[in-house]
Design a binder for this molecule. Structure first.
Ligand code: RIB
Length: 333
């Protein structure tokens, strides 16, 4: 069985450097990392991970559970988290719950079995049973994006109510009076709060809140397409809509095009998230920006602080959002 010293000799580095590459305990240049990994491959060297983790009581690995890895919002948060964690000497293992509570539970169990040092948890719904025992048992957990009302746990949110307000106020300021809203799943706090912001903006402008103008989606593009088709059957026709995420806004763009409505000449649309795709939609989407990097870095910081100081009181951080104006909206003539 080759030793770490033989790997070091073959790669022309110290054994300490080889250890840093294996454990991600310090930044190592890509060139050096590549030489070490090649030497490990050529010598068929396999570090004894279990021995290391038992020795230290840590695996320097974080678990991440997210509801839908195909949704760019979650993918972009996951990418930012992995990048920041790797720089901090941690690996990330992620599980995709596919918005399924049972699958979410499976991944919580899998990640605990893998002895992750901490868990970043983007919940499928407002259910905390799968986490309660873990948090009480001392596993560092950070809940991100969807609040778990029944659990005292480190949490990172964004100001969803403000986001709904900003989007709707912006359309009202543009002269729109009949504004549709394509909501996300009503049981998820982010969508529910955005809709509260939508309603509040209409009320403060003295506009009627017409329930027919609110159509439920599920955060996927098809639901945005179908919801927009329903809104376009209403009379009088709305002149704008606020979609509670960009993926549904992109689905709505297709329905508007099929109805022969030009955006923004005939109809305005505002999305939510500011995923990378939003600025490449046709036309580029006006949207509410959630800072995915800031969300990831806040979650990582809270997790590492909790790992270092388990006795800290639970913290909740709410990050601001901002309106990003592009070409999918215009003022009414
Ligand atoms: O696009 C997915 C949505 O689910 C985002 O708006 C995010 O806030 C999450 O709740």
């Amino acid at each position: 069985m080759p030793t770490i010293h033989q790997v070091a000799e073959r790669a022309g580095v110290s054994s300490t450097t080889v250890s840093h590459v294996i454990n991600n305990t310090r930044y190592v240049s890509p060139e050096t990392r590549e030489r070490v990994l090649r030497a490990m491959e050529e010598l068929n060297y396999r570090p004894n991970v279990l021995a290391r983790s038992l020795r230290r009581g840590e695996t320097r690995t974080l678990g991440l559970i997210l509801p839908d890895s195909a949704n760019p919002f979650f993918a972009e948060v996951a990418r930012a988290l992995e990048f920041a964690a790797f720089r901090a000497g941690y690996n990330v293992i992620f599980g995709n719950s596919e918005n399924d509570l049972e699958k979410e539970q499976v991944y919580v169990d899998v990640l605990v079995t893998k002895q992750v040092d901490g868990l970043i948890f983007m919940a499928t719904g407002d259910r905390s049973q799968s986490l309660e025992t873990l948090v009480r048992g001392g596993l560092p957990v950070v809940v991100v994006d969807r609040q778990l009302s029944a659990l005292e746990v480190d949490t990172v949110l964004t100001d969803n109510l403000q986001g709904g307000l900003l989007a709707t106020r912006y359309l009202i300021a543009g002269g729109h009076r009949r504004i549709g809203c394509i909501t996300g799943p009503s049981h998820l706090t982010p969508s529910a709060q955005r809709v509260i912001g939508y309603r509040q903006a209409l009320q403060e402008a003295g506009l009627e809140v017409d329930e027919a103008l609110m159509v439920r989606g599920d955060f996927h593009p098809r639901s945005g397409y179908e919801a927009a088709r329903r809104l376009l059957e209403l009379r009088p026709l709305p002149t704008a809509l606020f979609a509670c995420n960009d993926m549904m806004a992109i689905g709505a763009l297709r329905a508007l095009a099929e109805a022969g409505l030009r955006v923004p000449e005939d109809f305005s649309i505002v999305g939510y998230d500011d995923i990378e795709l939003a600025s490449y939609a046709a036309p580029p989407l006006t949207t509410i920006r959630q800072d995915k990097v800031a969300i990831a870095e806040s979650a990582l910081r809270l997790a590492l602080e909790r790992i270092a100081q388990p006795e800290l009181p639970a913290r909740c951080e709410t990050l601001p959002v901002e309106l990003v104006e592009r070409q999918s909206t215009r003022r009414m003539a």
